[in-house]
Write a protein that binds this ligand. Structure first.
Ligand code: NIG
Ligand code: FE
Length: 401
């Protein structure tokens, strides 16, 4: 008779993320069959043999990490803008003068698919090396149909070339392109009426930068309605540079997540809690823009808001190549607990992407695992600038580093 499991990981400590906290099982075992988790529990209770047994020698196993908010496909970089900001210039003023997101737009429009891919692959690999198995990638630096779709195609290509699951998000409503200067509403209509329908099959979701630097309520509602017509879930970049009421708007219209939220008010956060809209926290942007405002974590806790944590990897506000660093920043800057931070890059990040098949160690879910050489989970949040990831498992397949 063949073994009931393809592969089993033994002698491991598990942070399953099942239940309210870390869901720790010390001296545990995970068994896989057909790329899925078939069994999880204490080693002593493991029901049967496996074709292959892996001794983890006390390693900690987490669900494969999920970076649920990145903009990692883009042309050029903004190191020059960083220097200008160091000399006193302001992020919003640089954008208003045609730089910022618009300078990345120019570099992205000028880059062909191969160039964008070659630049994006090392960024993706850096995340994978830390245990990431699912990655969200937004467009938003094309700001015209052809270049937006090119970004999405490159994002899809990454999932063909690397062992990672990629979720694509169309963020054509990221800034008003120069050709539409002074005609923001017209550009929002173009996004709603042409770009979103054209992205069918290439985009898994739609995002809008609902911000005083970008799109207002009316523009945002147009885009949300178009996403709905296309059968796509949507999310917002919201309440980042001002309290725009993004939290309440996202909750009211059924957003999967509202991301940033540095300036969201308690009533909006309460609405998110009631609606089950996930808050995606992006401490890399808070840190890099030296923002004084921090998301109101106490209000989120009080309202039972689900909190995810992500890199926001992008050239302007968070050129962060490390999700593990975000664990540290989430704890130090936002005062997240270790459990909140680690759930934020696993189970809650899956929720922010609308994915129910990952983010926890539980039977039936994808067997995507991250293995770490630490003695307790808190170390993953404590060290920074160090990568303790020993390996990844992607759909039951063992990968090194
Ligand atoms: O998530 N907030 C809007 N978009 C990005 C920044 C984009 C940029 O500066 O290039 C963000 O922070
Ligand atoms: Fe972002």
């Amino acid at each position: 008779m063949s073994a009931p499991f393809d592969r089993v990981w033994l002698n491991a400590n598990l942070a399953t993320m099942d239940g309210p906290g870390l869901g720790v099982i010390e001296d545990g075992a995970v068994a896989a069959r057909g790329g899925r988790i078939a069994w999880v529990g204490p080693r002593a209770a493991l029901p049967g043999p496996a074709a292959e047994t892996i001794d983890c020698a006390g390693t900690w196993i987490l669900p494969g990490l999920i970076d649920c908010h990145t903009h990692l496909v883009f042309g050029g970089d903004r190191a020059d803008e960083f220097e200008r900001r160091l000399a006193g210039e302001d992020y919003a003023a640089i954008l208003a003068a045609g730089g910022g997101i618009l300078s990345t737009m120019r570099a992205t429009r000028a880059a062909d698919e191969a160039t964008l891919l070659a630049a994006a692959l090392p960024r993706a690999r850096a995340l994978l090396a830390e245990g990431v198995t699912t990655l969200e990638i937004k467009s938003g630096y094309g700001l015209e149909q052809a270049a937006e779709l090119r970004q999405l195609r490159v994002a899809r290509r990454i999932a063909e070339l690397l062992p990672v699951s990629v979720v694509t998000t169309l963020l054509a409503a990221h800034a008003v392109p120069p050709d539409y200067a002074g005609r923001r509403g017209d550009y929002a209509r173009l996004v709603a009426e042409e770009i979103i329908p054209a992205a069918a099959g290439l985009a898994d979701a739609v995002d809008v930068f609902h911000d005083r630097l970008a799109f207002d309520d009316a523009d945002t509602l147009l885009v949300i309605a178009a996403a709905r017509r296309a059968g796509l879930p949507f999310k917002l970049h919201g309440d980042q540079h001002a309290d725009m009421g993004s939290a309440a708007l996202g909750a009211r219209h059924g957003a999967l997540s509202v991301d940033h939220l540095e300036r969201a008010d308690a009533a909006g956060l309460a609405a998110m809690g009631a609606a089950g809209t996930v808050a995606v926290l992006l401490p890399g942007a808070t840190y890099f823009l030296r923002e004084a405002a921090m998301p109101d974590i106490a209000a989120m806790r009080a309202a039972g808001v689900r909190m995810a944590l992500a890199t926001d990897m992008n050239p302007g506000s968070s050129p962060a190549q490390s999700l593990l660093l975000m664990l540290n920043l989430g704890c130090t800057l936002f005062r997240l607990t270790v459990a909140e931070a680690l759930r934020g890059v696993t189970v809650e990040a899956a929720a922010a992407l609308g994915l129910a098949d990952r983010g926890r160690l539980a039977p039936g879910l994808r067997c995507d695992l991250a293995l770490f050489g630490v003695t307790r989970p808190a170390e993953l949040c404590y060290w920074f600038g160090r990568n303790p990831c020993l390996g990844r498992v992607f759909l039951g397949r063992v990968l090194e580093g």
